[in-house]
Design a protein around this ligand. Structure first.
Ligand SMILES: NC(=O)c1ccc[n+]([C@@H]2O[C@H](COP(=O)([O-])OP(=O)(O)OC[C@H]3O[C@@H](n4cnc5c(N)ncnc54)[C@H](OP(=O)(O)O)[C@@H]3O)[C@@H](O)[C@H]2O)c1
Length: 247
């Protein structure tokens, strides 16, 4: 495993190793992991252009002010939208495509409530809310923005903070996972158990693998998108309401 010191040493070289003007999209940037990562990114990259997505205007104003203090040459655009609706995801992507020729980094840190004891609702598009957030919304963003990622001259990355390593059984009869217990409400949950997080993590990992196989690489023309690196992350506990214990 890479040590924290190695990560810090690598980050310290970013401003020299990467050209200025990287374009990034943080889906879930108004607090938690997305906010911290975005600030770290702004600290190390010269003249980044950052689009960040969330619903809270107030939090976005605070984050925007912080980013301006960290890197006065960073250009920040907050996009206020509920990304559990795929029609909203399409609008956001359309807007980004209108403004940008390429995207270097697409980072997902939207809070996904698959570990609590709550009852979850359906979205207006008849998707189960936690699965819309963990899976459908993220896949839609990637598919929509794939041409821009492939066009990026350097650094082509998709990072999804969710349940990397938490994959388990798939419930093929209930892909949206409406019948599945959440981790804390399940009495039978094991690392290989059938619960909502394991199920959606497996769906996400398989979708990433499929996209990586099928997407053509616009640089080499080869059938696989070797150029785009996909990273799936699962955190230990960190501060934020999406933490398993809500802390
Ligand atoms: N924190 C942990 O300890 C932990 C541990 C394991 C895994 N994770 C995973 O890591 C990811 C991030 O966790 P976190 O603790 O940083 O989450 P968080 O603090 O709850 O932040 C979630 C972000 O997503 C945005 N968001 C939530 N619902 C949204 C919606 N419907 N539309 C648009 N934006 C929305 C929030 O913005 P607004 O409020 O402005 O909408 C916020 O910016 C999650 O997938 C979580 O499951 C976290």
């Amino acid at each position: 495993m890479v040590t924290l010191e190695e990560v810090r040493a690598s980050n310290a070289q970013v401003s020299e190793s990467l050209s200025p003007g990287l374009v990034t999209v943080f889906v879930g940037g108004t607090r938690g992991v997305g906010e911290s990562t975005m600030k770290g990114f702004a600290r190390h990259v010269a003249q980044p252009r950052i689009y960040f997505v969330g619903r809270s205007e107030r939090a976005a104003a605070r984050v925007t002010a912080d980013l301006a203090a960290i890197n006065p040459r960073a250009e920040c655009h907050f996009i206020r939208v509920d990304v559990s609706l795929l029609r909203n995801v399409d609008k956001v992507c359309w807007d980004i495509k209108r403004r940008e020729r390429f995207v270097n980094l697409l980072f997902f840190a939207t809070g996904v409530p698959t570990v609590g004891k709550g009852q979850y609702s359906e979205t207006a598009e008849s998707l189960y809310y936690p699965t819309a957030m963990a899976y459908y919304s993220r896949v839609r963003f990637i598919v929509n923005l794939l041409p821009l990622l492939q066009r990026a001259p350097a650094l082509r990355r998709v990072v999804s903070v969710y349940g990397g390593g938490c994959e388990g059984q798939l419930c093929l009869g209930d892909l949206q996972g409406r019948s599945l217990p959440t981790v804390l409400s399940s009495t039978t949950s094991t690392p290989l158990g059938l619960d909502l997080r394991s199920h959606t993590s497996s769906m996400m990992t398989l979708a990433f693998e499929s996209l990586a196989l099928e997407a053509p690489d616009s640089h080499s023309g080869r059938p696989r998108s070797h150029g785009i690196i996909v990273i799936i992350v699962c955190l230990g506990l960190s501060q934020g309401p999406a933490a398993p214990c809500g802390g």
